[in-house]
Write a protein that binds this ligand. Structure first.
Ligand code: UGA
Ligand code: MN
Length: 255
């Protein structure tokens, strides 16, 4: 099966570094299609050139859609203030419905641009039938946040300490779904209108999935193949901060 790897990406000083690292991970994975959705008015040359250098032009889609003005955060806002990547992930879902609807052996995964991915994760993503789940490292105040698996191989709970009452108390990096579910549930997606931390639960519920549907992967959820690493915000002079809003200048020395 094809892995459709969906990445919303925000314009910021660290963007080129994060995408270079992620791209150099993904370029080695066979049968992977990268859907990169910029949080911007239009696609940037910086990312087009990166895909070209990675030789991924044919195995990627490069889209752009801006987060609506009212939902946009300021540089000084704490990053949890508003949900991130909503509009961009929805654009990727529409793209999949329009362009890959007949590709019924596909798995869709939402991979942030700043996480760390072990190559073994991609084998686990390919193994899912409807919805697969696995542990995520360094998230929610835990070294590992994981589904709890009974000896008969079913998911009976979660180790999450943060908002454990959520229908699915898991991070975006903890699951993948079959492409056919996205095609069949045309209204499924992400929303600005859900409480903090409920994006994953909202999406999985919109696919009409319940906890009983979860397929534990990564050796019955005993292995960590993805970490929710976060890139530290660079402390820059006002001038450089302003300058690096232009993606062409993300690593150009000033002349
Ligand atoms: C956590 C989850 O891992 C995210 O998948 C989830 O979207 C987010 O919480 C949430 O609740 O909204 P976190 O590390 O806090 O992630 O979020 P970021 O890494 O800052 O953002 C997630 C993705 O969205 C990144 O790929 C980022 O580049 C992108 N993003 C961020 C945008 O497209 N626009 C923004 O304004 C901010
Ligand atoms: Mn992140």
């Amino acid at each position: 099966p094809m892995v459709f790897f969906v990445t919303p990406t925000k314009r910021r000083p660290e963007q080129k570094a994060d995408l270079t690292r992620l791209g150099q991970t993904l370029a080695h994975i066979p049968n992977l299609f990268w859907i990169l959705v910029e949080d911007a008015e239009g696609p940037s040359d910086m990312i087009r050139d990166l895909l070209d250098r990675l030789k991924m032009t044919q195995t990627s889609a490069h889209l752009a859609v801006s987060t609506p003005e009212k939902m946009r955060m300021n540089a000084s806002d704490p990053n949890w203030k508003l949900p991130r990547g909503v509009e961009q992930r929805n654009a990727a879902l529409e793209y999949l419905r329009t362009n890959h609807a007949s590709w019924h052996r596909g798995a869709v995964y939402f991979g942030d641009d700043d996480n760390t991915y072990d190559w073994r994760l991609f084998d686990e993503i390919r193994k899912i039938n409807r919805v697969g789940v696995w542990p995520v490292g360094i998230v929610g105040g835990l070294i590992v946040e994981a589904p709890i698996v009974a000896s008969n191989g079913t998911v009976t709970g979660f180790t999450a300490k943060w908002k454990p009452e959520r229908p699915f108390p898991i991070d975006m990096a903890a699951f993948a779904v079959n492409l056919s579910l996205i095609v069949e549930n045309r209204d499924a997606g992400f929303s600005f209108d859900v409480p903090r931390g409920y994006q994953e639960s909202h999406f999985l519920t919109s696919l009409k999935l319940s906890r009983n549907d979860l397929e534990p992967r990564a050796d019955f959820c005993s292995k960590v193949y993805v970490w929710h690493t976060r890139t530290e915000k660079a402390q820059l002079s006002k001038k450089d901060l302003q300058r690096t809003l232009d993606p062409a200048q993300l690593s150009e020395p000033e002349r």
